[in-house]
Design a protein around this ligand. Structure first.
Ligand code: BES
Ligand code: MG
Ligand code: ZN
Length: 501
């Protein structure tokens, strides 16, 4: 896809669809908006006068025109009130615009940024948000469709009212492309079927992704090496599957004495629940139980593409959780890499076990900060619905930084507590700790409390993305299917991490 930024009113572009935004309460189009309206016989101003279109958020006015023998459509996209319009809403509208352009069978889109819009926002963030929203909104997972009837947008031109903002807008736009591409990498992995996306295949996909990015190095810890390192919590989950597990380690700018910021992502390529097997309904969704792993891979991709300062690592434990004659049993006791013994209670709480060893490994690599992300508990959906991910951790500065970032990205996070009371619920009669609490209360908190036992004293944040694992419908930049929500939070965090004493 060709994407460019130009100065001018965009009407000279050979685009089939022209997009322009309109704030709520507009009475008379001026500037670019008037020029466009004039091309379509004042349909916009007529409908404004009649009170039919007034720029309310999500209101879309589609009109058609012919100019110089060239037919085109204009999408006037309502932005809502200027006072409340932020970058999250811009992404949302941009996502809707790209799908509207697809339904008009347009391959060339011209987005007109008029003075009203550019005057209301920071040029860098405007370029970033519009680009991100547009590219995320047009995402479709069509890999396994035999016939692809959808229109593909092959060109997008942003036409700016003012030449003054072109540099900053373009810089933001370039960042937006990288962020959207990263989200798409993660969404593709999360949507992939579990017979194809096995632990081994995930490793191969990582190698493919980073083939042309030499600044990221890849280390693969196989079963034999994991055994040597004492990762029995990780290996115990994998033992029920015929597929071999891998601990994938991606490093960017990591030298011997580096103290990298480490991302850890849950990589269960399919979660049946194991011997504590899940009910049949919706079990297919558990193909996305590796979304955390996909998200940290995508974050490293963006970090490298953005040539970020600092040292970063991603650790991804990859397993399949299966029931079999060789599977882990409730009652088993395993020893994690840090020497802690764990009594297995419910084999469906597998995520925390593989994360325990991945966190220990990250600590052993000198991590200065730990951020894990995982589709960890159904309880997170009970607590928060699908509106936000849960965030918990031992460092309030890091949590605050994620909260700030989420207000810009739109990937909402909501803090849940890590009280000492939750540790009491994890007491075991026979091992150092039991790996889950059998009751239903506080499921997200007890899971995080378990993880805390494996981070030592390292500043750490845990993101439970089970609640936002999938989108049920197309809405703005969110597309029905597996969501990979949280990728942009991780990348923005890497761009500007919390400063710790
Ligand atoms: N992968 C699931 C959590 C999940 C559920 C993610 C639904 C997305 C949607 C996780 O491995 C799991 O099964 N957790 C159990 C834990 C319980 C046994 C303590 C759960 O949430 O029921
Ligand atoms: Mg499970
Ligand atoms: Zn799981």
């Amino acid at each position: 896809m060709k994407i460019q930024v130009k100065q001018g009113n965009g009407l000279e572009e050979a685009a089939q669809v022209v997009v322009v935004t309109v704030f709520e309460g507009v009475t008379k189009p001026t500037g670019f908006l008037k020029e466009i309206d004039d091309r379509v016989n004042q349909q916009l101003s007529t409908l404004i006068k009649r009170g039919i279109f007034f720029g309310k958020q999500d209101q879309v006015l589609t009109v058609h025109g012919v100019y110089d023998k060239h037919a085109f459509s204009v999408l006037f996209m309502g932005l809502g009130k200027k006072e409340t319009c932020d970058y999250v809403r811009l992404r949302h509208i941009a996502g809707n615009a790209s799908r509207a352009a697809i339904s008009l069978k347009s391959s060339e889109v011209s987005w007109i940024v008029d003075a009203e819009l550019s005057g209301s926002f920071d040029a860098f963030k405007l370029g970033q948000s519009l680009t991100e929203g547009f590219l995320m909104g047009k995402y479709q997972y069509t890999t396994y469709k035999s016939s692809d009837e959808t229109t593909h947008i092959s060109g997008l031109t942003f036409s700016l009212d003012s030449g003054k903002i072109k540099n900053e807008f373009t810089r933001g736009h370039t960042k937006g492309i990288i962020l959207a591409e990263s989200v798409i990498i993660a969404r593709d992995l999360a949507n992939a079927p579990p017979n194809v996306l096995t632990p081994k295949h995930f490793v191969e996909e990582a190698k493919k992704t980073f083939k042309k990015i030499p600044s990221v190095s890849i280390e693969v810890i196989d079963k034999k090496k994991a055994l040597k390192l004492g990762m029995h919590a990780f290996l115990g989950v994998a033992q029920g599957s015929v597929l071999d597990p891998y601990m994938l380690v991606l490093s960017y700018n990591v030298q011997k004495k580096s103290t990298p910021i480490c991302f850890v992502g849950k990589g269960v390529t399919f979660d049946t629940g194991g011997i504590s097997i899940k009910p049949a309904a919706k079990m297919q969704d558990m193909k996305a139980d590796m979304t955390g792993g996909a998200s940290v891979l995508a974050a490293l991709y963006a970090i490298a593409r953005l040539e970020s300062k600092g040292s970063f690592m991603a650790v991804i434990p990859l397993v399949e959780n299966m029931p079999s004659g060789n599977a882990q049993r409730p009652g088993d006791i395993v020893t994690a890499m840090n020497g802690k013994t764990i009594e297995i209670i419910n084999t469906d709480a597998e995520g925390r076990l593989i994360l325990a060893d991945a966190l220990c490994y990250a600590v052993s690599q000198g991590a200065s900060q730990l951020i894990d992300i995982a589709t960890l508990t159904g309880a997170c959906s009970v607590a928060l619905g699908s509106a936000a991910a849960g965030i918990l951790g031992n460092n309030q500065n890091m949590i605050h930084r994620f909260e700030e970032i989420s207000h810009f990205t739109g990937e909402k996070v909501w803090q849940l507590p890590l009280y000492e009371e939750y540790l009491e619920l994890l007491k075991s009669d026979v091992a150092d700790i039991s790996h889950c609490y059998e009751g239903r209360e506080g499921g997200t908190c007890t899971a995080a409390k378990f993880l805390e036992q494996f981070v030592d004293k390292t500043p750490w944040v845990h993101l439970d993305i089970a609640s936002v694992m999938m989108y049920k419908e197309n809405k703005g930049y969110r597309v029905k299917g597996m969501a990979a929500e949280g990728v942009r939070n991780l990348i923005e965090y890497a761009c500007q991490p919390a400063l710790l004493k």
